[in-house]
Design a protein around this ligand. Structure first.
Ligand SMILES: *Cc1c(COP(=O)(O)O)cnc(C)c1O
Length: 367
């Protein structure tokens, strides 16, 4: 335990900093995954996971990174063609998965830094009536800091018969409202290492009854990510299809308790406050230096969990990252094609406004 670094310096938009008590919760003997202890643990966690996903549905637990559950969405939920809403690197991944697994797919592209618009989705679905039976979307696009208007996009998808909507909430769930049942989201997936602040290695998904019915109609669902197997194991014996990362389940159990003790609404508010502070800081920085620093995502479409900040000419993303590092802080450069022209601050998980303030002050001294 002696080599644990002090908490509050690591602001990557994933993996996020894991609190020491969560790390310590993993230091327990492993147990057999067909044991009654595992069933008990999994069963107990179900209630809390459902609260977290704001759903009445079971929450499937996968030992994989979140991309595994993205693949499950594609391989289980389409028998016709999938329309992938893309506005950055992660949302585009659904399309790449569809290509790799031989599913017919098209991309509806929004410019990087812009959200996917409900009107554009309606037009695409209407003009190709009957073509698509699945829409994929990323809620919080971690490569740009955009928050998509999820409830509205889901409502549009449901205007069309036979169209399901699968949502990547990897960097939003537990940091921003995701109302699975109220918004009628058919498949909501997330990973352990972003706003949940658990180490990497687990993925979670809630599938609607419609989604499970769809999976039953799809023949080649694959083996490891067959949703029917996940649901059968969970409902019949509160277990997983294969050996789960048991140590991570201990971390999850511990973190679910703290998370619900804080309260979902309080947690959403804490994330919103950190995001607002970051936007204000960017404005102050631009004002003070007279240089063109700005938040990439437009107002009203900004993720409370990650902010992407464009740097003025003469500065680079890696340079700002280096400046933070001189003060012991870790932040990220821009993602992919935005690497040089932007940097990103992940303000999610267990971070507080006070820790964020220290980071921003350190950057102020450098910029
Ligand atoms: C990190 C991230 C992913 C990928 O998650 P893995 O756990 O690395 O598979 C997918 N989508 C979004 C929005 C992410 O932020």
């Amino acid at each position: 335990m002696s080599d644990l670094t002090p908490f509050g310096k690591y602001f990557l938009p994933g993996p996020t900093e894991v609190p020491h008590d969560v790390l310590r919760a993993m230091v327990r003997p492993v147990m057999g995954h067909r044991s009654s202890e595992v069933s008990e643990l999994m069963g107990e966690m179900q209630g809390r996971l459902s609260k977290l996903f704001v759903t009445e549905r079971p929450v499937l637990v996968s030992t994989s990174s979140a991309t595994g559950m993205m693949e499950a969405a594609i391989t289980n939920l389409t028998r016709k063609r999938v329309l992938c809403l893309s506005c950055g690197a992660f949302s585009h991944r659904f399309y790449d998965i569809a290509q790799a697994t031989g599913r017919g797919a098209d991309v509806l592209q929004a410019e990087w830094g812009q959200p996917n618009r409900p009107e554009a989705l309606r037009e695409a679905l209407a003009s190709a009536a009957g073509t698509y039976d699945l829409v994929t979307v990323v809620h919080s696009e971690s490569s740009t800091g955009v928050l998509n208007p999820l409830a509205d996009l889901a409502a549009v998808a449901h205007e069309f018969d036979d169209v399901l909507i699968a949502v990547d909430t990897v960097s939003s769930l537990a940091g921003a409202p995701v109302l699975t049942d109220e918004w009628a989201l058919d498949f909501v997936l997330t990973g352990s290492q972003k706003a949940l602040a658990i180490p990497p290695g687990l993925a979670f998904a809630a599938a609607s009854e419609r989604a499970m019915d769809r999976a039953r109609e799809v023949e080649n669902r694959g083996f490891y990510f067959d949703l029917l197997k996940f649901e059968k194991n969970l409902t019949e014996r509160r277990q997983t299809p294969n050996t789960p990362a048991v140590s991570l389940l201990f971390a999850l159990d511990h973190q679910l308790r703290s998370l619900l003790a804080e309260g979902l609404e309080a947690r959403w508010a804490r994330h919103a406050a950190m995001a607002e502070r970051t936007y204000r800081w960017v404005d102050e920085l631009a004002g003070r230096t007279g240089e063109d620093y700005r938040v990439l995502a437009p107002e009203g479409y900004r993720s409370p969990c990650v902010t992407s900040i464009m740097v003025p000419e003469g500065r680079t993303g890696p340079e700002v990252m280096g400046a933070a590092a001189r003060h012991g802080f870790t932040i990220a450069t821009g993602y992919g094609k935005l690497k040089e022209t932007s940097f990103r601050i992940g303000h999610m998980g267990e971070h507080t406004l006070a820790e964020l303030e220290e980071l921003l002050q350190a950057l102020d001294g450098e910029l």
